[in-house]
Design a protein around this ligand. Structure first.
Ligand SMILES: O=P(O)(O)OC[C@H]1O[C@H](O[C@H]2O[C@H](CO)[C@@H](O)[C@H](O)[C@H]2O)[C@H](O)[C@@H](O)[C@@H]1O
Ligand SMILES: O=c1ccn([C@@H]2O[C@H](COP(=O)(O)OP(=O)(O)O)[C@@H](O)[C@H]2O)c(=O)[nH]1
Length: 605
């Protein structure tokens, strides 16, 4: 199995940062040096695989890592052996192993130090007493993607998702997190309200996903814009101050996402020698959208202070460069953006998952038990699955309405299909998310009321997250996964589903999700059409599940899934034909493929 994609992206980013403004090989325009880059990368992967293999052998031979994950919670006081599938804890565990009773430093001590700075830490804290904390694994793609990284001597700097006003609490939480190599940034409630709920999630998030400002709130948002923007800058400075405390010469600082667009500037002001990367996990919108923001110039200038700026796709990178050109009047070059002789490199690094972790998980007894339990529970019915944060970009109401239409038109299917929707609560203090929750509950209630019986309901909707094992089992037993984002940065659920489908070979339905013209109604009709096609025609080798290949890509089990994102899919699919952005598949005569906003290209035949 190849090196996981998060690690590969990491390597790319590190490579680019280390090149420190000299040569770029695999940037968003330039393809001339691809072969050399690939060869180097293959060699580097082989080298890393070897060192990882021997590191993992160490870990598994003694089985001792401080901290364990049980149902998504990290019990900070225990030292127990970890099942192999939970190596993810390496990403947040202390950096030592024990062999023959002798504690010793592991090999990572000699590795490049990396400070990952993200608003969200990989663990979120829940207070259990004055100085007692429970750490839970944070849900979300950013954390899933970055937890796969084990090749660097990594520290995380971020917000633990909790307000800690008192010194005792701060000290004890800092200690608990230190054991996971996490460093907290303490943000008070008012700041979180203005910075996280306000500027990040009520302004930047909807705009970056082309949703516009919430209609009824736009006047209020405009009034509070300045205070939210000030809070945003203040919060970014606080992250920079914490980085400064922990920075050691030679460290690479990798800043993440729309929460921290000012961070590169703050860091460079503190120390111009720091190597800084910034990566965006969401789409970067067209400059037509970005220019509508009053803070448009300041945000761009702050990001440009980084040495390297990364995006999931070529399009997002292109949008960023064109925003810099049009709004700041700077020159976009094939390598990035130039300002008075200083170049900020811009490149696409599509993120992915640690597919090996999922492949291992589905072999575990506890996952097999779940699989058995779910198969008995849903036996005889086709299982459709949605796994999303309860976010407006995920298209959950649209998915439910399409399902309702399908049931309406197909009475025969009422007791033969079930839709399981895992809707993880998120950003619950933001009014738009509260409204969405009510809307989704209303639709689920209506559909279950209309089509349920005394013993069954068509939709099982959960407002909670699942533990990793249950989630893998669900992916494994699912017949049809529905990923219906209206727009998404990447969407890792789609990869995870494929990784767990080794034997099932079900269907993945992806919304195109990155087209500006996407229209909810059209989308609803298309999904319904696909549902009809899935259940009616004989499955093998018949691809009828699409009308417009630019809207939906549907692959049946016998079809192949092409992607350069997961080694699982890769190994099952055979050759991969990357586009310039590194994602998707370039056309072959017998393929109807494309790069979707959700990052998958699926053979249609
Ligand atoms: O931290 P939260 O506010 O609770 O939100 C969770 C994360 O949501 C977003 O995730 C994105 O990153 C994924 C990985 O790159 C990507 O697949 C997905 O499309 C994005 O929506 C957000 O960007 C993260 O910062 C949040 O932590
Ligand atoms: O009950 C759940 C539901 C989701 N996830 C994880 O949350 C991530 C969602 O990432 P994605 O990129 O799909 O979307 P995001 O939430 O980041 O926008 C995936 O890794 C899921 O495995 C999870 O751990 N438990």
């Amino acid at each position: 199995m190849g090196l996981n994609v998060a690690a590969r992206m990491h390597l790319d980013v590190m490579d680019e940062l280390k090149k420190s403004n000299i040569i770029v090989d695999d940037d968003y325009y330039n393809t001339s040096n691809v072969l050399r880059t690939r060869l180097e990368r293959l060699l580097k992967e082989r080298e890393l695989k070897r060192s990882l293999k021997s590191y993992n052998e160490d870990v598994h031979s003694n089985g001792a890592i401080d901290g364990n994950i049980v149902d998504g919670q990290i019990l900070t006081s225990k030292t127990e052996s970890l099942p192999a599938e939970e190596e993810l804890v390496n990403g947040v565990a202390p950096n030592k192993t024990v062999r023959n009773g002798r504690e010793r430093q592991d090999r990572r001590h000699s590795k490049q130090r990396l400070l990952v700075v993200a608003n969200r830490l990989p663990v979120s804290a829940v207070r259990k007493g004055e100085a007692c904390w429970q750490l839970e694994v944070s849900v979300g793609g950013l954390v899933s993607a970055l937890l796969g990284i084990t090749e660097f001597e990594t520290r995380w700097v971020g917000w633990a998702g909790v307000n800690v006003p008192d010194e005792i609490g701060r000290k004890s939480l800092t200690e608990s997190l230190a054991a996971k190599r996490c460093i907290p940034v303490f943000l008070d409630e008012d700041l979180v309200h203005l910075y996280y709920n306000g500027y990040c999630n009520n302004i930047l998030w909807p705009l970056f996903h082309y949703l516009g400002l919430p209609n009824e709130d736009w006047l209020a948002t405009i009034c509070s814009f300045q205070s939210q923007f000030d809070a945003y800058k203040k919060a970014n400075q606080m992250f920079a101050d914490v980085v400064k405390e922990h920075y050691q010469e030679g460290d690479i600082v990798w800043c993440h996402d729309y929460h921290l667009m000012f961070l590169p500037k703050c860091l460079k002001e503190q120390n111009s020698n720091i190597k800084v990367g910034w990566f965006l996990h969401t789409p970067f919108p067209s400059s037509e959208i970005h220019r509508t923001m009053p803070s448009r110039s300041e945000l761009l200038t702050a990001v440009l202070a980084a040495d390297l700026v990364g995006f999931h796709t070529y399009d997002y990178a292109r949008h960023f460069v064109s925003a810099c050109t049009r709004i700041l009047g700077l020159e976009g070059t094939p390598d990035g953006v130039e300002d008075q002789g200083r170049l900020t490199r811009v490149a696409a690094f599509p993120i992915g998952i640690d597919s090996d972790r999922f492949l291992r998980a589905i072999q575990l007894p506890q996952v097999k038990n779940y699989i058995k339990e779910f198969e008995e529970r849903f036996g005889g019915r086709k299982v459709m699955l949605g796994v999303d944060r309860l976010d407006m970009i995920k298209g959950i109401p649209q998915k439910l309405l399409a399902f309702e239409k399908f049931l309406e038109e197909n009475p025969d299917w009422h007791d033969k299909v079930v839709l399981l929707q895992i809707a993880v609560p998120t950003r619950t203090d933001v009014p738009e998310y509260q409204k969405l929750t009510c809307q989704v509950h209303e639709i689920v209630g209506r559909i279950n009321g209309r089509f349920g019986t005394l013993t069954t309901v068509p939709i099982h909707h959960l407002d909670r997250s699942l533990d990793f094992h249950a989630l893998c089992a669900l992916y494994a037993i699912t017949d049809v996964a529905l990923v219906t984002s209206l727009r998404d940065g990447m969407n890792l659920v789609s990869y995870e589903f494929v990784a767990c489908q080794a034997s099932k070979k079900g269907v993945l339905i992806l919304s195109e999700g990155s087209s500006q013209e996407i229209d909810a109604l059209l989308f609803e009709v298309e999904v319904r059409f696909v549902l009809l096609c899935i259940f009616y025609p004989p499955r093998p080798h018949i691809q009828v599940g699409y009308k417009d290949p630019t809207l939906l890509f549907v692959g049946f089990g016998e079809g192949k899934i092409y992607t350069n994102m997961t080694s699982t899919a890769k190994s099952r699919a055979g050759p991969v034909y990357p586009t310039r952005s590194g994602g998707g598949v370039q056309g072959r005569p017998n393929l109807q493929t494309g790069y979707t906003g959700s990052g998958f290209a699926i053979e249609v035949r």
